[in-house]
Design a protein around this ligand. Structure first.
Ligand code: NAG
Ligand code: NAG
Length: 650
């Protein structure tokens, strides 16, 4: 039983409440205050003065109580609510009733009932929710009902999401973000009623996890100015999971494999094939074998590359020791995570990296990799099964690996390549849990400096602009918020397959993102994705209303959560510099992945897949200088900006 009174005594409250209630006639409709738009909003047309709220909630479940209490405490402590307490009205009880008995533990979050009703009158607030998740959302919605003058708007809101899976993928390998940044991002996700953090925790560039058993992996972590590795400890991970859980956010780890696995070479070089191999890149087939603006000479054809970004390195899936290591990784580090789902990556596996074709073949037939993957995948599935984890992967597993008949149909498929892996085809193949991260809309990293969004971000800056700040060459790459808003994830999906789509997520790869632009790359655009996944279908873009509503929501992100959210006119084009992965930090041309005359690694000649010389015809003036641009900053000196408060428009 919890009953706390946080504000003044109730004496005379109802009388005062009625007396000070003003009609909100002429004021904005209640729905203008809300983001994402609830399913149903009935405006009772009043704006009342309050002098406090108090939680009136009891349950027989201590875990449940803790979750609701901590959500209430956040609500009650927010500066916006405190401002409302200045009113001369009543202290209003917030009565919370939870209908279903569910265990309030992170593992119960998948598929949890998130519905709620919120009835606000001048005398009381009544929250009815199926589970604690809905109760937490109801408190967030309640906080949006406070006007800029500190009045409480009245009405009844009935709400439930359109999709059950709504998230953000955050990459902590290309650049590292400390726990406080991740928690701040989680705050913003929760405010946006997003419920998944897909944590792309490591990649070929770094392994930011402190795993005591393998101290060698610290060599694959970035170091701070004092030489201390930038890593997440078990305690860090678990405090992030707890923090996220209290905000109804699942944390799904990605244990990327078998591509993007260069870091494992630090444990044992035999774990990693093609480790540090050159050349790399070739993300852009259209640029392959052509000459780029500002470059001379031909470039390396896509088929000649050993990975998309340096350092190259793929898991040696035929090495039993490497497989045992993968088992330990998923078993031990995987046990730090409470969610039943483990995402296993499976994107961008390089066929040349597995030595599957002579080096002078420009194109390697995709099916050459099928036997290898059909041998690998059952072993991986056994590792997951042993750990009671369920499988999720990027869409390449179904289009490129030849394992669609092996993997579970109820596994999560994160679809990023709408053209290569259309939802209709994935659903027709029987996959029931497709989540959409269509890179044309939901990739949040695509910046104006990048013609495409990742590895070749530097090649698009004209040669004469190298090392100059402030260039904005390919503004079309920035997926602006209206473009995101107008994308309906079900638009191209046949009606019979709508049920196979569980939601979607924004993907924030971090090649060009450091601590001080993280927030504005993520927000408010991921909140816009949030509305498309929570309520889209009932809402359509309106020039008169949508920007106003989003502007108000953005003010909440800035003022209440200290999130340095971008202004709505931000098109990714106001950055003082274009960043690069921290692995590139170093002195000028000696940075580890700086282009050299030989291409790629200083002093290393190009070699073929077998380690021998690159066979003719060799076009090996690579355009790709992974680290070249924006050479003059110190990653360690880059910190989060505390944004200045912005006025609430309503
Ligand atoms: C790439 O360019 C070279 C030299 O012009 C040419 O011989 C080769 O056929 C081209 N390869 C592809 C795949 O277009
Ligand atoms: C946002 O993107 C859409 C679609 O690409 C485009 O039509 C629109 O002009 C863009 N808005 C701004 C302000 O650049």
């Amino acid at each position: 039983m919890v009953k706390i009174t946080l504000a003044a005594a109730l004496l005379g409250a109802s009388v005062l409440g009625v007396a000070s209630a003003q009609s909100a006639a002429g004021a904005a409709p209640l729905s203008h205050y809300l983001w994402p738009l609830p399913k149903s909003v009935v405006d009772a047309g009043q704006a009342v003065s309050v002098s406090g709220f108090w939680l009136d909630f009891s349950s027989s479940n201590a875990q449940l109580e803790n979750v609701v209490m901590s959500a209430y405490n956040r609500f009650d402590k927010s500066a916006k609510i405190k401002k409302a307490y200045g009113g001369d009205g009543p202290t209003v009880p917030v009565k919370v009733a939870i209908q279903k008995k569910v265990q309030a533990v992170p593992a119960e979050l998948p598929g949890i009932d998130e519905s709620y009703t919120l009835a606000v009158t001048p005398k009381k607030v009544t929250i009815t929710a199926a589970t604690q998740a809905g109760a937490v959302y109801a408190l967030q919605t309640l906080s949006q009902l406070i006007t800029k003058d500190g009045k409480l708007r009245t009405g009844t809101i009935t709400d439930a999401p359109r999709f059950s899976y709504r998230g953000l993928m955050l990459d902590t390998a290309r650049n590292f973000f400390p726990v406080e940044d991740i928690k701040r991002i989680i705050d913003g996700l929760a405010y946006s009623k997003l419920n998944v953090l897909h944590w792309h925790i490591y990649d070929s560039q770094s392994f930011p996890i402190k795993w005591d058993k393998y101290p060698q992996l610290l060599n694959a972590a970035y170091k701070d100015a004092s030489g201390k590795p930038k890593v997440y400890t078990k305690q860090d991970v678990q405090s992030i999971i707890k923090y996220a859980f209290e905000r109804n956010v699942r944390v799904i780890p990605e244990f990327e494999t078998p591509g993007h696995n260069a870091v494992f070479g630090h444990v044992d070089p035999s774990f990693t094939l093609d480790w540090n191999h050159s050349p790399w890149d070739g993300n852009n087939a259209e640029y392959s074998n052509t000459t780029l603006p500002g470059e001379t000479g031909p470039v390396i054809w896509w088929g000649r590359h050993h990975c998309n970004q340096p350092p190259c390195g793929q898991l040696n899936v035929q090495n039993p020791k490497a497989m045992a290591f993968l088992d330990e990784l998923i078993t031990e580090i995987g046990s730090w995570f409470a969610d039943p789902v483990v995402h296993v990556g499976h994107d961008e596996v390089n066929l040349r990296g597995y030595g599957l074709a002579p080096d002078n073949w420009d194109v390697v037939p995709q099916d050459l990799i099928h036997p290898l993957m059909r041998e690998f995948e059952p072993k991986l599935l056994n590792i997951l099964k042993k750990n009671k984890k369920t499988w999720a992967s990027w869409d390449e597993s179904l289009t490129d690996f030849g394992i669609a008949d092996i993997v579970p149909k109820d596994g999560i498929i994160t679809q990023w390549r709408a053209a290569d892996a259309p939802v209709n085809a994935l659903a027709a193949a029987g996959f029931q849990n497709i989540v959409i991260a269509n890179s044309d809309y939901y990739y949040l990293d695509c910046s104006p400096s990048a013609r495409w969004c990742s590895s070749d971000f530097e090649r698009t800056v004209p040669a004469d602009k190298y090392d100059l700040p402030g260039y904005a060459t390919f503004s079309g790459q920035w997926h602006n918020w209206t473009k995101i808003y107008n994308f309906d994830p079900l638009a191209d999906v046949l009606p019979q397959y709508h049920g196979n789509v569980r939601g979607g997520f924004g993907a924030l790869w971090s090649e060009t993102i450091k601590r001080n632009n993280l927030d504005r790359f993520a927000f408010p655009r991921v909140s816009v994705i949030g509305e498309t996944l929570w309520s889209y279908g009932s809402v359509k873009y309106s020039e008169a209303v949508t920007p106003l509503r989003l502007e108000r929501f953005r003010a909440s992100l800035v003022n209440e959560l200290n999130i340095d959210a971008a202004t709505l006119d931000y098109l990714g084009n106001k950055e003082p510099t274009i960043y690069r992965p921290e692995i590139c930090d170093g002195e000028g041309t000696t940075a580890p992945f700086q282009k050299t005359n030989e291409c790629c690694f200083p002093g290393e000649p190009l070699t073929g897949g077998d380690g021998g010389p690159l066979l003719p015809p060799a076009y090996y003036e690579a355009p790709t200088d992974y680290c070249r641009i924006a050479g003059s900053y110190d990653t360690d000196a880059i910190v989060h900006n505390n944004p200045s408060p912005v006025p609430y428009p309503l």
